[in-house]
Design a binder for this molecule. Structure first.
Ligand code: HEM
Length: 137
């Protein structure tokens, strides 16, 4: 159903907005050395992570709905996409872990590490959009 696809895309975009912004907060948090600034980042990170987790769940449910409805289990592009989505979900939960690490003032990485970490969802997004639109396999 095209309505399902529309909402799959809407929730996926909302999820990605958070997956781009949350590691960006980590970058600036890692550069902060004052107490008040650090406490403010902790609140922003915790709230943002909680806010985007339902977007991940809904976009995955709607994607599975489409996959079942359109019988796409056996296509190569769909299977590669599922693997990439698996990496993205792992990245999401790792961000949740980092939120806790920052909350306990235990981050050991510098802002440059978080800048590179921030690029991962860009690669996944590029690969998935090419897979679903171009369907090269
Ligand atoms: C388990 C998770 C997911 C499943 C099972 C899934 C499955 C699907 C299916 C079956 C379609 C319809 C394809 C068609 O038009 O025939 C679709 C569309 C789409 N998906 Fe997903 N998806 C998932 C997650 C994602 C994620 C994380 C992204 C973004 C990176 C994404 C991006 C898209 C886009 C852009 C379309 C529209 C493609 C088009 O209109 O041609 N999906 N998805």
């Amino acid at each position: 159903m095209l309505w399902v696809k529309a909402f799959h895309i809407i929730f996926m975009v909302s999820w990605f907005a958070g997956l781009f912004y949350l590691p960006r907060l980590f970058v600036y948090h890692a550069m902060t050395d004052d107490e008040a600034g650090s406490e403010r980042f902790k609140i922003m990170e915790r709230k943002l992570y909680r806010f985007i987790t339902p977007f991940m769940i809904i976009s995955v449910i709607l994607g599975i709905w489409l996959m079942i409805e359109w019988q796409l289990f056996n296509t190569i592009w769909m299977n590669i996409k599922l693997v990439l989505v698996g990496f993205l979900i792992a990245y999401h939960f790792y961000c949740g872990h980092l939120v806790k690490v920052f909350a306990n003032d235990e981050s050991r990485h510098n802002h440059i590490w978080y800048r590179w970490f921030n690029e991962f969802p860009v690669l996944i997004l590029t690969a998935i959009v090419i897979l679903v639109v171009v369907r090269p396999f």
